[in-house]
Write a new protein. Sequence first.
Length: 265
Amino acid sequence: MDVTETQPRADQPLTALVTGASGGIGRATCQALAARRYRVAVHWAVNGDGARETLASLPGEGHLLVRGDLTEPGAPERVVSDAGDGLGALGVLVNNAAIATGPENRHHPAECSFADWSAAFRGMIDVNLRAAADVSYWFARQAIEAGHAASIVNVGSRGAFRGEPEHPAYAATKAALHALGQSLAVALAPHGIVVTSVAPGFTATERTADRLAGAGRERITAQSPFGRVASAEEVAHAIAHLADPASSWASGAILDLNGASYLRS
Ligand SMILES: NC(=O)c1ccc[n+]([C@@H]2O[C@H](COP(=O)([O-])OP(=O)(O)OC[C@H]3O[C@@H](n4cnc5c(N)ncnc54)[C@H](OP(=O)(O)O)[C@@H]3O)[C@@H](O)[C@H]2O)c1
């Protein structure tokens, strides 16, 4: 047997587009990839200061900013093409941008108005699922056309499995994102494109800082038997690991990153 048949493809460009990289897990992922010598396109929508801070924090050279509200028509295609133009070719896509959970978008079905319920579903489907699907489409098409290997890592959530009673739309869209990743893993494998997802539990980021500083801190940290939450760097480390061509046999996997706070069979 030719030994090359057992090796991952070696033609994946050392470049990455990370969506939603103005802070939090997106920023830590850019840093983890840049530390592994990737050139990174730092995507943002509204928080330009945060994105510039991410860019300035990256080791190495050749990184760039890409702006776009991914819910706007044509934006996913443009963001992928701007990133590809700037970096030469795109080897990695991290679908990290999302409308995450917070008090401002709580929509418990027994307590919220139908207008709030339906706004939460529309907004989260648009960003957490449809935008990720569209960015993945354009990313895959550029890799297929260029004929090189590539990998996509979706940032899903533990909530997809555990449920989010106060944010059902979030859990539903993250479950759909995991499922999208599994379909794409099968569809794109013949083109040398690897697709995985991570499912983090509660992670300390700017977005969760208030909840972690508040009265609910103990309840949150007690979710894990480690008695703490994840750092953004821990999540980013796993994303960078899955993005590496040497991890290609993980294609189709959904990796729990929740400190044993929720065990699924
Ligand atoms: N933190 C946690 O506890 C936790 C747990 C599980 C999963 N996750 C997932 O991890 C990822 C990052 O979480 P985080 O806490 O770091 O969140 P975050 O700080 O709220 O980051 C969300 C990012 O998404 C971008 N974004 C939002 N709407 C967008 C739109 N319409 N178009 C383009 N970009 C848009 C934001 O860009 P701008 O700032 O420029 O608007 C921001 O960079 C998310 O997918 C989240 O669901 C987080």
